[in-house]
Design a protein around this ligand. Structure first.
Ligand code: ADP
Ligand code: MG
Length: 478
């Protein structure tokens, strides 16, 4: 019997505001515990929350970028539960009236098709603090620095059908929030994390099965693995005649398995009610329009433009628009050398490889795009070969300066002088008389051998086209 997975993701994106969603305390990561929690974040009596306008702007930005509707009137609600890192005893969230609803995002499938994934809603809420177990024996430490940090919870429709689709959706969303500048996307620091809901059903069945929710998965790889494990587990339960229990589960990466954490709460367990300390959030059209005008070019549009404007294949355009920084870098290189495809090859090839090797981000790259552009111009005008250019690039990366200066200093200019190349060829022929004889007897594939020898003799500097042309001629002669 064939099974089908049904997956819906709830993604928490920490909004990149300077201060918290309802207080003026800093949101900076990594401060000593409990130094960034003010009276509001601590839930002390008599304090009142004040909504951060920037968080609202970011949520609207997200809604507009995902083709969603913006609620001009949304409501903050109290979600009541007890947990040591939640001092108020409730979390301020949005429940019945979220700020963003009914949007979508297209993901790319492996076979090249796209699939539209519905975004049910995106609402604003505050994060809780953190419980620290590691540094305390028989005790738990509480750090409230994170309490009150603004989150956008993005809830997808159950439209995803495989772990790969779930990851593609998550990656697309990750790239989007970074493009928009509303979230730094740092998954290690928990700025972008995912709860994955999953059920299985028999192929052809229309109703959904009972789902489980895997909490707080913080890497793409773990989301894929956790889902894969959980899908297998549910299928086994059902095939052996059992029933899936609706519950919250935890993914244990070390063991690569999910474990039951608690049975799933129902919404009414939380006793949601509108927060009496906060007025409904009312926006006007002018504000929404102002945010719309501030939207940058979005990844999909940029990718299409890269294909149209630069004639790049879809694959290249996708890789180069994966982040705004890489796309900007590429465009600057292409402008500097006037050869979009060559620029694409180098930015995706050498440049990205060096970034990876050194664990750097685009803004930290030691080679500015204009300099890479000049290097590529030198390939174009025949000053150096593509192979030598790699050597020059390495020197540029190591801080040796301008490509022209490096080419000059290291004497890397391509040899195009016919007489000089001819002399090298004659030397190579004199040193390999047997091969010359064989070539003349009809073993033409030895040409490659001769090209290699001459290139070696010239330390890679001979113009390869010229070498080929002259070799063919000289090898024919007696
Ligand atoms: P809750 O209120 O319990 O969080 P929601 O209705 O908000 O539940 O759904 C949470 C997430 O679970 C959404 O992303 C939704 O798409 C997904 N989901 C709902 N039902 C199923 C199901 N049967 N199988 C898989 N995912 C589901
Ligand atoms: Mg939910």
């Amino acid at each position: 019997m064939e099974w089908e997975a049904v997956i819906g993701l709830e993604i928490h994106a920490q909004l990149a505001t300077k201060s918290k969603i309802f207080s003026g305390a800093s949101t900076a990561y990594g401060a000593p515990p409990n130094t960034q929690a003010c009276a509001v974040d601590l839930g002390l009596p008599g304090v009142l929350p004040v909504l951060n306008r920037e968080a609202v702007r970011m949520a609207v930005k997200f809604g507009l970028a995902t083709n969603a509707k913006i609620n001009l009137r949304s409501v903050f609600a109290r979600k009541n539960y007890f947990y040591p890192d939640l001092p108020k005893g409730y979390q301020i969230s949005q429940y019945e009236l979220p700020i963003v609803y009914d949007g979508w995002l297209d993901i790319d499938l492996e076979d090249g098709r796209t699939k539209r994934i519905g975004i049910t809603r995106a609402h604003l809420e505050e994060d809780a603090g953190k419980s620290l177990h590691e540094d305390f024996e028989d005790m738990t430490g509480i750090d409230l620095n994170r309490a009150g940090t603004p989150l956008l919870e993005i809830v997808s429709e159950p439209d995803l059908r495989s772990p790969q689709e779930a990851v593609a959706y998550m990656k697309k969303l990750h790239a989007l929030v970074r493009y928009l500048g509303i979230c730094d996307g740092n998954m290690q620091e928990g700025s972008f994390r995912c709860d994955a809901n999953v059920s299985v059903r028999r192929k052809g069945e229309h109703r959904f099965g009972t789902r489980t929710e895997i909490k707080n998965v913080n890497s793409f790889r773990f989301v894929e693995r956790a889902l894969r494990y959980e899908i297998e587990r549910q299928i086994e339960v059902l095939e052996s005649g059992g029933a899936v229990v609706q519950e919250t589960r935890l993914y244990d990466a070390a063991r690569d398995e999910t474990r039951s954490m608690r049975t799933k709460e129902e919404a009414n367990d939380y006793r949601y009610f509108p927060d009496p300390d906060l007025l409904p959030l009312v926006l006007d059209e002018a504000f929404v329009e102002e945010v719309r005008r501030s939207l940058p070019e979005l990844p999909d549009a940029k990718r299409r433009r890269f294909m149209d404007e630069y004639g790049l294949p879809a694959y290249d355009a996708g890789v180069l628009t994966a982040s705004r920084e890489l796309a900007d870098y590429y465009e600057a290189v292409a402008a500097a050398c006037g050869e979009p495809k060559l620029a694409a090859n180098w930015v995706m090839g050498e440049f990205s490889a060096y970034l990876n090797r050194d664990g750097l981000e685009v803004p930290g790259a030691p080679v500015p795009p204009e300099a890479l552009g000049r290097l590529l111009t030198r390939i174009q005008d025949g000053t150096i070969s593509g192979k030598i250019a790699k050597e020059v690039f390495e020197a540029m990366w190591d801080g040796e300066g301008d490509p022209d200066a490096i080419i000059e200093r290291r004497g890397l200019k391509q040899i195009t002088d016919t007489a000089a190349i001819e002399a090298m060829i004659r030397e190579v022929m004199a040193a390999n008389p047997k091969q010359v004889e064989q070539y003349r007897a009809g073993k033409e594939k030895l040409l490659g051998f001769f090209v290699g020898q001459v290139m070696k003799a010239s330390k890679g500097k001979a113009n390869p086209a010229e070498v080929n042309r002259l070799l063919k001629r000289l090898l024919q002669e007696d």
